[in-house]
Design a protein around this ligand. Structure first.
Ligand code: FMN
Length: 167
């Protein structure tokens, strides 16, 4: 396999959710490269029915914490809030694909991320002044990792994959 493909697979296989971060800020060019990976994502009918809010303000970040488990949000220098236009049929999927592109790009650039799905949407919308028709799909934390977690349990391919038909 070409070494570039091998490298990409390593990035995907070795990524872990990171819940401890160094306070070190993310340089603008690095953040921009990660956001660009999101911008290049596929979307249904190429509608790109999304917007990503970059939250760096410490007070705002604290207010994005809705459970004790997600306290680490305030440690991460950046939180990216993925918003989709609910009038577009595939908006949730489109946002998820773009966020995951950013996750992989971040990993390639030596940064860590964690998806955040635990939040109260109405409160986030009020806090970040998000209009009615826009859905908060998910967030990701972003920063330089201060932990190196081992592999997490994943189902085997035998459990996940069926050939030709479901049954
Ligand atoms: C949609 C979604 C929502 C998630 N929400 C949270 C969350 O609120 N807090 C958290 O600590 N991790 C959250 N995670 C991370 C998962 O717990 C993590 O991906 C899973 O345990 C597997 O670990 P890995 O990412 O290291 O492979 C979320 C992941 C996804 C995809």
């Amino acid at each position: 396999m070409a070494s570039c493909a091998q490298k990409l697979l390593e990035i995907i296989y070795n990524r872990r959710s990171i819940r401890k971060y160094h306070r070190k800020p993310i340089p603008d060019d690095v953040l921009k490269a990660i956001l660009e990976a999101g911008r290049q994502a596929p979307s249904a009918r190429n509608l790109q029915p999304y917007c990503f809010i970059i939250v760096r303000d410490q007070e705002l970040k604290k207010r994005l914490i809705f459970s004790e488990w997600n306290r680490f949000i305030e440690e991460a220098p950046v939180v990216i809030v993925g918003c989709g236009d609910s009038r577009a049929k595939w908006a949730v999927v489109d946002v998820a694909i773009a966020l995951q592109n950013m996750v992989i790009a971040a990993e390639a650039l030596g940064l860590g991320t964690c998806w955040i799905g635990h939040f109260i949407e109405e409160e986030v919308k009020k806090l970040l002044r998000i209009p009615e028709h826009i859905k908060v799909v998910a967030m990701i934390t972003l920063g330089y990792p201060a932990e190196k977690p081992g592999p997490r349990p994943k189902k085997s391919l035998e459990e996940l994959i069926r050939y030709e038909t479901y049954e």
